[in-house]
Design a protein around this ligand. Structure first.
Ligand SMILES: [Zn+2]
Length: 303
């Protein structure tokens, strides 16, 4: 009986190692599938949030988030819930691999809603839907980075903001613009000029609200100079920054194509992103009773 020669043993070991490696890298994608978002509107512990929950259920907010994110293949089901947290918060919980959006946070968005369409053209409904979508998409950014172990070079908070902006921009032009403008309103209330910020606030892992505002407008303008031309013309986005926005968008699009798109079902994405998502622009969201917890805080941001 022949014993294997050293050379053939090496070949055998190498082949085995290759097979193991291939299996290890192929396994996550083969287990991944679309339609992995699991939703829940938890009962608020603060009864004053009951009306808010009813409005969100009526508007089918979580069902819409579930469908918009359905084209992304995930290795595990991803729970997304609205719940009471005792503080204004929205975050992806790494140890539980789930997203929670707090009623307190949504209530803050509601309180920040302008009474009428702003000078920049942001309607009350867009000022509500935009920041809400931004919160879900930003947290989904954290989730997909984590679940697929996607490398992030740079600050993850910026990458999650970019992921959110890209998702908004994937929607039909008019829809994307309304979402972007609504989300931008949340950061600065139409660019208040007088800002007081303590030095330590610059140490946050997040950009400051104004930085996030400019980053969002820049990526939008960079994606489509025509649709977002007025952002520069009206001075919301300074020309000095605007000059580089096309490059910033292209860099983000390249990263998305290389790192995220392989986890997306293209045909499903085309179908889902092409749908009409935004509610009628004239809808006036009802004012809500003061729940007696949390205060309006326009500097709140997603985590
Ligand atoms: Zn974050």
């Amino acid at each position: 009986m022949n014993t294997p020669s050293a050379a053939s043993l090496i070949v055998t070991v190498a082949a085995f190692a290759l097979a193991t490696l291939t299996a290890a890298t192929a396994e996550p994608s083969s287990r991944s599938s679309t339609h992995r978002i699991v939703i829940a509107y938890e009962t608020p512990s603060n009864p004053a949030h009951g009306r808010l929950r009813d409005l969100l259920v009526e508007a089918r907010v979580l069902e819409q988030v579930q469908e918009i994110l359905s084209p992304f293949r995930l290795p595990n089901p991803l729970p997304i819930s609205m719940e009471s947290c005792g503080e204004s918060d929205a975050r992806y919980l790494y140890d539980e691999a789930r997203i929670k959006i707090c009623y307190e946070y949504i209530d803050d968005i509601w309180k920040d809603m302008p009474a009428e369409t702003t000078a920049a053209g942001v309607t009350p409904i867009d000022a509500t839907v935009g920041p809400l979508a931004d919160a879900f998409f930003h947290e989904f950014g954290h989730a997909i980075f984590d679940l697929h172990k996607i490398p992030v070079l740079g600050r993850e908070e910026y990458a999650a903001d970019t992921m959110s902006a890209m998702l908004m921009l994937f929607l039909a032009k008019g829809e994307a613009r309304r979402l972007i403008m609504g989300a931008a309103y949340w950061y600065t209330d139409d660019l208040e000029t007088n800002v007081t910020i303590k030095p330590k606030e610059f140490s946050s892992v997040h950009g400051t609200p104004h930085q996030r505002f400019f980053n969002l407008l820049c990526i939008a303008y960079g994606s489509d100079h025509e649709t977002f031309a007025d952002l520069v013309e009206k001075g919301f986005l300074p020309e000095e920054r605007a000059e580089d926005c096309k490059g910033e968008f292209q860099q983000a699009a390249y990263a998305f194509d290389r790192l995220i798109r392989p986890h997306m079902d293209e045909a499903l994405a085309t179908q889902v992103f092409g749908k009409r998502w935004m509610p009628d622009v004239s809808i006036q969201p009802p004012r809500l009773p003061n729940p007696g917890s949390g205060t309006p805080d326009t500097t709140s941001s997603t985590n």
